[in-house]
Design a protein around this ligand. Structure first.
Ligand code: KG4
Ligand code: ZN
Length: 370
């Protein structure tokens, strides 16, 4: 059994996956993903209008061991059956990552099993494989990864190779949703609430500029927030109707910017599939607009189930399974004392720490030897 741990931000998440079944060719998700738990801290941070890093890491350290026990029990297994541990090493909040990494290192070394320190953004990409029948992304693929912390348009020419087509210069798309929602008086995290409010609004009433429309390599979302704040100040007290129209206009502006850059990248790169992932992939107008765009081009669009769009450990485990599959015999060849930084246990890279900033193009093919 593979244990996957994710603590990069404000979700403590644990998943147990049956690596033996997966390596034997089993692709039914229910046979591979034995259990998963996501414990969200949204309520804890809500009064502060955003994630408070210190509070988040304190929560992780309290919750993680209990969640691991609970997940193992629910999966009908125990630590003795664990064959490897996957953990998010970065990018994310340093203190939060450290909790997961320290726990995973201790567990892997005590059990003398391999440890895989993984990239969180890469996990979001492998969330696309979590379907009833686990299916690898068809390559070359174009990926739009939009979350509260990241906005990246990526080209994936081959397995675990990432070329950044465009990324944000300032705020992430989810951050822009959240900040604009806050200006409209909605509680944190405001993205889903803003989208709900937008449903009955008039998107043509306000026009909000989206930065860098002509740049192929940059998104910029901070201008929208400034424009909304100026309009809100000018309007004074907002009626419900005006709030709805503001929400609809903001949502349209953000969605249009994402769709516009995606369309340009499609024309240039000609991928054979498209993946929309990350927390903002839960946004219905974005899903619809990109679905239509791909429909016109006859391109398959993959959008993970909503629970795997936001942060979770199943996606990290999925990535771990693919790495184990590709390492194959090399992994079986690991012997105690042969790994760099480690003379205690096989495949445990003890010399690793958290990596708060870790761009995807710097992901190495063999993460176990850090
Ligand atoms: O991936 P995620 O759970 O956490 C990060 O790694 O950031 O993404 C959370 C982000 C938040 O900014 C949230 O407001 C946004 O995703 N989000 C949405 C929707 N659902 C979640 N934004 C717009 N519309 C939604 N329906
Ligand atoms: Zn994330």
């Amino acid at each position: 059994m593979l244990l996957a741990i994710e603590t990069s931000c404000d979700e403590t998440a644990v998943a147990v996956l049956d690596d033996k079944a997966f390596l034997a060719g089993e692709r039914a998700l229910s046979s591979v993903l034995k259990h998963e738990i996501v414990s969200s801290q949204v309520q804890l941070h809500s009064p502060y209008g955003g994630v408070v890093p210190e509070l988040a890491s304190r929560e992780h350290i309290i919750n993680l061991p209990m969640l691991v026990q609970e997940a193992l029990r629910a999966a009908g297994t125990s630590v003795r059956d664990l064959s490897a541990v996957c953990v998010t090493r970065g990018p994310g909040l340093n203190g939060c990552l450290l909790v997961g990494v320290a726990y995973a290192k201790a567990l892997a070394s005590a059990l003398r099993i391999p440890l895989f320190p993984l990239n969180h953004l890469e996990g979001h990409i492998f969330a696309g494989e979590l379907r009833e029948q686990i299916t690898a992304l068809r390559l070359p693929a174009l990926v739009l990864l939009v979350s509260g912390g990241h906005t990246e348009l990526l080209f994936v020419p081959s397995f675990r190779k990432y070329e950044v087509v465009a990324r944000t210069r300032d705020d992430a798309a989810g951050e822009a949703f959240d900040k604009c929602a806050s200006l409209l008086g909605l509680p944190y995290p405001g993205g889903p609430a803003l989208s709900a409010l937008a449903q009955d609004g008039d998107a043509t009433r306000f026009s909000f500029p989206v930065g860098m429309p002509d740049s192929e390599h940059d998104f910029s979302f901070s201008g929208v927030k400034t424009a909304v704040s100026r309009v809100v100040r000018g309007l004074g007290d907002l009626t419900d109707g005006t709030r709805r129209d503001l929400a609809a206009s903001v949502e349209q502006a953000l969605v249009a910017a994402l769709v516009h850059k995606t369309e340009r990248a499609l024309r240039r790169l000609r991928p054979v599939s498209f993946l929309l992932t990350g927390g903002v992939a839960a946004n219905q107008p974005l899903r619809t607009a990109l679905g239509e765009l791909m429909g016109k081009r006859n391109l398959p669009i993959i959008v993970p189930d909503r629970r795997w769009c936001t942060d979770n450990a199943a996606m990290m485990g999925m990535l771990g399974l693919r790495i184990i599959e590709h390492l194959g015999p090399e992994l079986h060849g690991w012997k105690p004392g042969t790994q760099e930084h480690s003379d205690l246990a096989p495949g445990v890279p003890f010399g690793i720490g958290a990596v708060p900033r870790w761009p995807l193009e710097e992901v190495s093919f063999r993460p176990a030897v850090a």
